[in-house]
Design a protein around this ligand. Structure first.
Ligand code: ADP
Ligand code: MG
Length: 627
C-alpha cells in the first residue's frame, strides 16, 4: 500500500511472537478469549469516559456497547469488532508492537522454561496470541481523536500502519481480522466459536454477537407448474369478467386464498445471534452461586486459566451508610510481578464498579498495598457515577469500603487456616479431620503462606490497626516444629510454665541458626524458639512488639529471662572480679557490659546485642544492602 509506514517490533515483542508462531501448544483457542477481553476493556474505557461526557458515545448503533464476531469461510477470516474506545495511530504503534510491557520479557522467560501459554493474558501480552491461529492479522481502528488506521503484520518482525481509505468506515472502535492459518480452519465453524465464547467469555459484561446462519422457513410459491396453471386460469377468468361481475369475482378469490398456493422450504439466513447473557455474579445472592461459577468467575477475572482453583473466596454484601457488593479471591499463585516495585506501583487487582459500570482497576484507595495479591471486584451503589476519577478517589465512602474490605479479606484468610486440618492445634480433633471437604482443604494454608506470607509480614509492618489480626496469620518454623510451620497461638499453647516472653532468633538460614550458641541453653532447658530467616523478618520484629499480652524477646539480645536459678546470685557474686576485669579489657571494643548468663550450655561466652541496637543479623542485612 502506498501510504503504509513500516515499523519494527521491539526486540522482546519479536521474540515473543516467534515463540507463539512456533509453539506446539495445542490449545490455540485462547486467542478468542484474549481478543474478547481486549474488546471488553476497550468498551469499559469508552463507557467510563461517557459518564462525564455523554456526547462521546455518538448515536444509534455507534452508541451500542457490544462485540461482534463474523466469519468469512471463503476468505478464511475471523473478524472481531467492538465499539470501544479504539486506537489512534499513535496507540496502534505503541500498544501493538513498539513498547514492551514489563510482562513481555517475564513471559518470554517463562515460556523458555516450562511456561504455560494459557497464562499469556496475565502478562499483559494476550493480543499476540492471535498468531497461534493466524499468519496475517489486520487491526482496523477508529478513535474519536484520529482518522481510521490499519495495523497489519505477518509476524515477520515488522508491522505496517496506513491511513484506512479502503475499508468500510467504523464509527468508532476496533475490528481485528485474522487470516487463519491452514491448520486453524476449524475456527471457521460457527458451532465451535459459539462453544468457545460460552466457555471463555461467560463473564464479559457486554453482549457478544455472532453473525450466525440460521435455518428459516420461507414461503415460496407452491409447485411451479400447478401454480402457473392456476394463476393463468385465474387470469383468464378475471380477464373475461366484466365489471358487473366484480362481486362474484371477489367471492371466488376468497375461496382461492384458502387453497395453499405456497409451500415452506428451509433456507439459510444470517442474523446476529447473542452468545452470552450478561450477568454480574456479584449481584446475585451468594447462597445461589455455585462453587463452579465462582471458580469460572475467578478465572476470567484473573486471566488465570490454569487448572488451579482459587485458595479462598469471600462474597458479601455490605449494607448501611455505604452499600457495596464485593467478591474477593485469594489466587492459587502469586502474580509474577507481585513484589516488583512494591512501594512505587499502585497496581491492584481489584476492579471497581459503580452501579455495574466499570470504573477502574488501578484504584489504590480500596486496598492497602500488602493486600494487592487479592483478586476481585467491588461494586458500590453509594459512590457517584458521573464524576471524575480524581473526585471519586476523594470520596468519603472509600474509607469505609476499604476498612470493610480489609476486615473481610483477613477473615477469609483466617478461615482458610481454620478449615485446614493441617493447621489444627489439636491433632485428635475428629470434627476437623473427618469433615467432608477436609481433604481438599488440607495443606491449603501452607500453600497460601508459601505464596503470600511475605504480604502478611508487610501488613504487620504497615497496618498498625490490624497488626494483631495479621499476627494471627503468621507462620514460621521453630526449634520444636520439626520442619513444619507453626503459629503464634500454637507457640503460646506450648509455652513452659513460668515463661513470660515469646522467644525468637533471626538469621540467614535455619541451619546456621540451629548451630547458634544463643540457642544452647534454651534448647537444653526445653524452651521453644522461633527461627526467623527471611530478611523481612528483621523489620517485622521491629513492629511486632507483643502478641496476646506476651512480649517478643530476641534471644541474641540483652534482656533474656529464663527461669531464675537460685545459684544465679551466688555466681554473679563470685565472678564479680572477673567480669569487672573483662569489661575494662574490652572497653575499646564497643562493649557495654560483661555479665554472667544462664543462656549458654557448652559455649563459654557469647556476644549479645544490647536491647535497642540492631541484631547481628540486621547488621548483616544492612551491610548487604549498602554494598
Ligand atoms: P492487555 O490487554 O493486557 O493490556 P494485550 O496484549 O491484550 O494486553 O493488548 C495490548 C494493548 O493493545 C491493550 O492494552 C490496548 O491498549 C490495546 N488494544 C488491544 N485490543 C484493543 C481493542 N480492541 N481496542 C482498543 N485497544 C486495544
Ligand atoms: Mg488483553
Amino acid at each position: 500500500r502506498s501510504n503504509a509506514e513500516k515499523f519494527e517490533f521491539q526486540a522482546e515483542v519479536s521474540r515473543l511472537m516467534d515463540i507463539i508462531i512456533n509453539s506446539l501448544y495445542s490449545n490455540k483457542d485462547i486467542f478468542l478469549r484474549e481478543l474478547i477481553s481486549n474488546a471488553s476493556d476497550a468498551l469499559d474505557k469508552i463507557r467510563f469516559l461517557s459518564l462525564t461526557d455523554k456526547e462521546i458515545l455518538g448515536e444509534g448503533d455507534n452508541a451500542k456497547l457490544e462485540i461482534q464476531i463474523k466469519l468469512d469461510k471463503e476468505k478464511k477470516i475471523i473478524s472481531i469488532r467492538d465499539r470501544g474506545i479504539g486506537m489512534t495511530k499513535e496507540d496502534l504503534i505503541k500498544n501493538l508492537g513498539t513498547i514492551a510491557k514489563s510482562g513481555t520479557s517475564a513471559f518470554v522467560e517463562k515460556m523458555q522454561t516450562s511456561g504455560d501459554l494459557n497464562l499469556i493474558g496475565q502478562f499483559g501480552v494476550g493480543f499476540y496470541s492471535v498468531y497461534l491461529v493466524a499468519d496475517y492479522v489486520e487491526v482496523i481502528s477508529k478513535h474519536n481523536d484520529d482518522k481510521q488506521h490499519v495495523w497489519e503484520s505477518k509476524a515477520d518482525g515488522a508491522f505496517a500502519i496506513s491511513e484506512d481509505t479502503w475499508n468500510e468506515p467504523l464509527d468508532r472502535g476496533t475490528e481485528i481480522r485474522l487470516h487463519l492459518r491452514d491448520e486453524a480452519q476449524e475456527y471457521l465453524d460457527e458451532y465451535k466459536l459459539k462453544e468457545l465464547v460460552k466457555k471463555y467469555s461467560e463473564f464479559i459484561n457486554f453482549p457478544i454477537y455472532l453473525w450466525a446462519s440460521k435455518e428459516v422457513d420461507e414461503e415460496v410459491p407452491a409447485d411451479e407448474e400447478e401454480s402457473s396453471d392456476e394463476s393463468s386460469d385465474e387470469e383468464d377468468t378475471s380477464d373475461s369478467k366484466s365489471d358487473e361481475e366484480g362481486e362474484e369475482e371477489d367471492a371466488e378469490k376468497e375461496k382461492d386464498e384458502k387453497k395453499p398456493k405456497t409451500k415452506t422450504v428451509k433456507k439459510t439466513a444470517y442474523e446476529w445471534e447473542l452468545l452470552n447473557d450478561v450477568k454480574a455474579i456479584w449481584l446475585r445472592n451468594p447462597k445461589e452461586v455455585t462453587e463452579e461459577e465462582y471458580t469460572k468467575f475467578y478465572r476470567s477475572l484473573a486471566k488465570d486459566f490454569s487448572d488451579e482453583k482459587p485458595l479462598a473466596r469471600s462474597h458479601f454484601i455490605a449494607e448501611g451508610d455505604v452499600e457495596f457488593k464485593a467478591v474477593l479471591f485469594v489466587p492459587p499463585k502469586a502474580p509474577h510481578d507481585l513484589y516488583e516495585s512494591y512501594y512505587n506501583s499502585n497496581k491492584s487487582n481489584l476492579k471497581l464498579y459503580v452501579r455495574r459500570v466499570f470504573i477502574s482497576d488501578e484504584f489504590d484507595e480500596l486496598l492497602p498495598k500488602y493486600l494487592n495479591f487479592l483478586m476481585g471486584i467491588v461494586d458500590s451503589d453509594t459512590l457517584p457515577l458521573n464524576v471524575s476519577r480524581e473526585m471519586l478517589q476523594q470520596h468519603s465512602s472509600l474509607k469505609t469500603i476499604k476498612k470493610k474490605l480489609i476486615r473481610k479479606a483477613l477473615d477469609m484468610i483466617r478461615k482458610l487456616a481454620d478449615e485446614d486440618p493441617d493447621e489444627s492445634n489439636d491433632k485428635d480433633n475428629k470434627d476437623v479431620e473427618e469433615s467432608s471437604d477436609s481433604n481438599e482443604k488440607k495443606g491449603q494454608y501452607a500453600k497460601f503462606w508459601n505464596e503470600f506470607g511475605k504480604s502478611i509480614k508487610l501488613g504487620i509492618i504497615e497496618d498498625a490497626t490490624n497488626r494483631n489480626r495479621l499476627a494471627k496469620l503468621l507462620r514460621f518454623e521453630t526449634t520444636k516444629s520439626d520442619g513444619k510451620l507453626t503459629s503464634l497461638d500454637q507457640y503460646i499453647s506450648r509455652m513452659k510454665s513460668g515463661q513470660k516472653d515469646i522467644f525468637y532468633i533471626t538469621g540467614a538460614s535455619k541451619e546456621q541458626l540451629e548451630k547458634s550458641p544463643f540457642l544452647e541453653g534454651l534448647i537444653k532447658k526445653n524452651y521453644e524458639v522461633i527461627l526467623f530467616t527471611d530478611p523481612v523478618d528483621e523489620y517485622l520484629m521491629q513492629y511486632l512488639m507483643d502478641y496476646e499480652d506476651k512480649k517478643f524477646q530476641n534471644v541474641s539480645k540483652e534482656g533474656l529471662k529464663i527461669g531464675k536459678d537460685s545459684k544465679d546470685k551466688e555466681l554473679k557474686e563470685s565472678f564479680k572480679e572477673l567480669t569487672k576485669w573483662w569489661k575494662g579489657a574490652l572497653a575499646s571494643e564497643n562493649i557495654d557490659d560483661v555479665k554472667i548468663s544462664n543462656r549458654l550450655a557448652d559455649t563459654p561466652c557469647v556476644v549479645v546485642t544490647s536491647k535497642y541496637s540492631w541484631s547481628a543479623n540486621m547488621e548483616r542485612i544492612m551491610q548487604s544492602q549498602t554494598l
